[in-house]
Ligand binder design. Structure first.
Ligand code: ADP
Ligand code: MG
Length: 253
């Protein structure tokens, strides 16, 4: 089966700092892959290389079997890669429904219709997505007044409006309460499985990671130091050492 994402020997330096150093990993359909590691480990750089925001110094990236190394963000997006941001990126003065409609208009290449009858276009489809993420009751409120957890859900609906095959989520639950985090990842997990898409996410709440990731990769100083199931990573001595004192690797007494 073609891998959704295949990264080989990916490297990127900033001056003398090897932000990402010969990193290789892959991701399959229906899989939630967590990328973890301390601050500065190279997680965001890795994301930005995959989504085209940065160009790698060396190495290769394949999305759905297609070589995308050096692609621009728009070209990566066109292949069916959605992303959510650490800081939410909605239009605050537009309603929840309109925000999702905008993405649908863009997806269907009908952005020229925005000034016309936008209120009707793709409204049903947008509503279905809001239902899926559980914010349908907020459909007519502007995004600027939503609670943070609701905004994160709207953002997920916006990412899904693009009908992605691969979702990149950099700290999707940043700034959320504990319960909300687990709920959002539970929802993401259900959607990923039911639509057979794949997710690469970063997250520093280890409870969320160990509860929802199918596979975990661990970065430290730009290098991949461990890879495996949550149990395997939890048992890894180097991982335990890195997290000791900064963030507890839970579940083992
Ligand atoms: P993480 O997301 O795991 O916290 P980053 O990918 O943001 O890590 O950063 C990895 C390393 O690369 C850090 O040492 C950081 O200071 C450095 N870095 C990241 N982006 C830049 C940049 N645009 N210019 C210079 N250094 C950067
Ligand atoms: Mg980061």
């Amino acid at each position: 089966m073609t891998k959704l994402l295949e990264v080989k020997n990916l490297s990127k330096s900033f001056g003398g700092v090897k932000a990402v150093n010969r990193v290789s990993f892959s991701l399959e359909q229906g899989q939630l892959l967590a990328m973890i590691g301390p601050n500065g480990a190279g997680k965001s750089t890795c994301f930005n290389l995959i989504n085209g925001q940065l160009k790698p110094d060396s190495g290769s990236i394949k999305i759905l079997g297609k070589e995308t190394t050096g692609y621009k963000p728009r070209q990566v997006w066109a292949l069916g890669v959605g992303r959510t941001f650490q800081v939410t990126a909605t239009f605050p003065s537009m309603t929840v429904l309109e925000n999702v409609q905008m993405v649908l208009l863009s997806f269907h290449k009908r952005l020229n219709c925005v000034t016309r009858t936008v209120s009707k276009l793709y409204a049903d489809e947008a509503m279905e997505l809001l239902k899926l993420v559980g914010v349908e009751e907020q459909w007519n409120r502007t995004c600027g007044i939503l609670a943070y957890g609701e905004l994160k859900r709207v953002e997920l609906a916006m990412a899904l409006a693009n009908n992605p095959k691969l979702l990149l989520m950099d700290e999707p639950t940043a700034g959320m309460g504990v319960k909300e985090r687990l709920q959002l990842m539970e929802l993401t997990s259900q959607i990923v499985k039911s639509r057979s898409i794949g997710v690469l996410f970063t997250e520093h709440d280890m409870d969320v990671v160990f509860a929802h990731a199918d596979k975990i990769i661990v970065l430290n100083y730009g290098s991949l130091i461990a890879e495996g199931t949550p149990q395997e990573v939890r048992d890894n001595e180097e991982v335990k050492e890195i997290y000791l004192g900064t963030c507890e690797v839970k579940g083992k007494e």
